[in-house]
Write a new protein. Structure first.
Length: 438
DNA sequence: TCTGGGGTCCTAGGACCC
DNA sequence: TCTGGGGTCCTAGGACCC
């Protein structure tokens, strides 16, 4: 076991989505608050007060007893807002630390090597983020990223319910002080591994670190062996400063109700997927499309189709043609029996992604340059005037830019778009939603 | 005739993350 | 009535090739 000075810190926002909602709606502070996922379905974020009422992440809100539901504040997920606040936090961290790895929407790893007092700098980061963005954070320090993660969790535990968390919001984890951390709370240990580890008497992070590495390797694989090694203070990975290129890109949704004609939904997913693709400078070598029945009504229907493109493409129109073809094939198969199949979920996946610049044209196939220039213009217009201002084909467009949950009356997309009843304004990313100060 | 053995690619499933 | 979405990596087994 080594006790090294900290090399990394993990800084993250406490119950991030809830905290974001509270920045612009202070009436939520101190009240049990939940943020719901797509279609106002499941709880995806809970304030501590909501957790205290017994609510759990992932629970469908309609299953929560009414007397409890009446006591919680509910918001629909507002990812435009969360993403924007997340970016502001990253900017603050870049001003304090030499290297920052954006790990997720609410977590950042930073490099603390060479800082005079890493603990104090983490406290400073916490202060600035609280004051300038309004989000309370915790920080974990460690000589490996896994230990920094562990420290973050321990900081959360020890600062819970403290009115002014202060120094308690930062914790330096070492191989010697992680016995209070349950093994299921270790980064890299999920439900399955936790159950198996518990069964062999491994209850804490310290127990896992003490397990012989070849045993971990043989029973659980190389990934968990790395985790165990990192808990001992031996780093197996550094910060990842460059986001690696995506290998696949998926857009899928549960529909607001069962729909018989899923094409409008799939066309919308295709449009969004291709926009993301071009934004990243990638092209898709293959496509897959899938449709599901409603498992909650006992319909296990699932079918998918895939097709490669002759040449990796960025062209929404080309992808859309292929999506229509595959969807029709699924529907034909589904309707061959008795009755008409209805769908509750569907998705579009782009795979075999490559850098668009690096595509090799051959004698027979190359990029459709005219189509791709058209797409570039389309992206520019949508960037300026809002997503969905212009598009390809018959997708349900909306002038001025649509937000999730906004329906066009009488349009076909009203069939599948879930209605969001409690979406907060896009305070920071939409001029018309700016807060007014009287 | 020799029916072995090693390499590679693909896919499906399982595990994890947020 | 209402049931989240988007990723990665590893491994085992089969197909295929030489």
């Amino acid at each position: 076991m080594h006790t090294e000075p900290p090399r990394f810190a993990l800084i993250d926002g406490n119950t991030f989505y809830v905290s974001c909602e509270r920045v612009f709606d202070p009436t939520l502070r101190g009240k049990p608050t939940v943020v719901l996922g797509n279609g106002d379905g499941c709880c995806i974020a809970l304030s501590p007060e909501a957790k205290a009422l017994g609510l759990k992440i992932g629970t469908p809100i309609f299953q929560v007893p009414k007397d409890i539901r009446d006591r919680v504040q509910v918001r629909s997920a507002n990812f435009a807002l969360y993403g924007d606040l997340s970016g502001r936090i990253v900017t603050i961290l870049r001003g304090l630390f030499p290297r920052v790895e954006v790990y997720s929407i609410d977590e950042n790893f930073v490099d603390v090597v060479g800082l005079k007092d890493p603990f104090a700098t983490c406290l400073e980061a916490r202060e600035r983020i609280l004051k300038w963005v309004g989000i309370p954070c915790c920080a974990g320090l460690g000589s490996t990223r896994t230990l920094a993660k562990a420290g973050n969790k321990l900081a959360k535990d020890q600062s819970k319910r403290a009115v002014n968390a202060g120094r308690l919001a930062v914790f330096h984890a070492t191989p010697q002080n992680i016995d209070a951390l349950a093994v299921e709370d270790v980064w890299g240990v999920g439900r399955r591994f936790a159950a198996r580890l518990n069964a062999e008497g491994v209850k804490t992070a310290a127990d896992l670190a003490a397990l012989p590495l070849d045993h971990v390797r043989a029973r659980y694989g190389v990934v968990l062996a790395r985790t165990a090694t990192e808990l001992r203070g031996i780093a197996c990975g550094d910060l990842e400063l460059e986001e690696p290129d995506r290998k696949q890109l998926v857009v899928s949704r549960t529909f607001g109700r069962d729909v018989v004609d899923p094409m409008d939904a799939l066309a919308t997913f295709t449009t969004v997927a291709c926009e993301k693709l071009r934004k990243r400078g990638l092209a898709a070598g293959a496509l897959w499309v899938w449709l599901d029945g409603n498992p909650f009504k006992g319909d296990p229907f699932h079918a998918s189709r895939a097709v490669p493109f002759p040449f990796p493409t960025q062209d929404t129109a080309e992808v859309l043609r292929a999506v229509r073809f595959l969807a029709k094939s699924i529907q034909d198969q589904a309707n061959r029996g008795s009755g008409v199949q209805a769908y509750k979920r569907g998705g579009v996946g782009l795979t075999d992604l490559v850098q668009a610049q690096a595509r090799q044209a051959d004698l027979f196939f190359g990029p459709d340059e005219k189509a791709e220039r058209t797409m570039a213009v389309l992206d520019k217009i949508n960037a300026k005037w809002g997503r969905g201002t212009v598009g390809v084909g018959t997708v349900g467009w909306r002038v001025g830019g649509a937000r999730p949950g906004e329906r066009r009356r009488g349009s076909r997309d009203a069939q599948w778009r879930p209605e969001l009843k409690a979406l907060s304004p896009a305070y920071t990313t939409r001029w018309s939603d700016l807060l007014r100060v009287r």
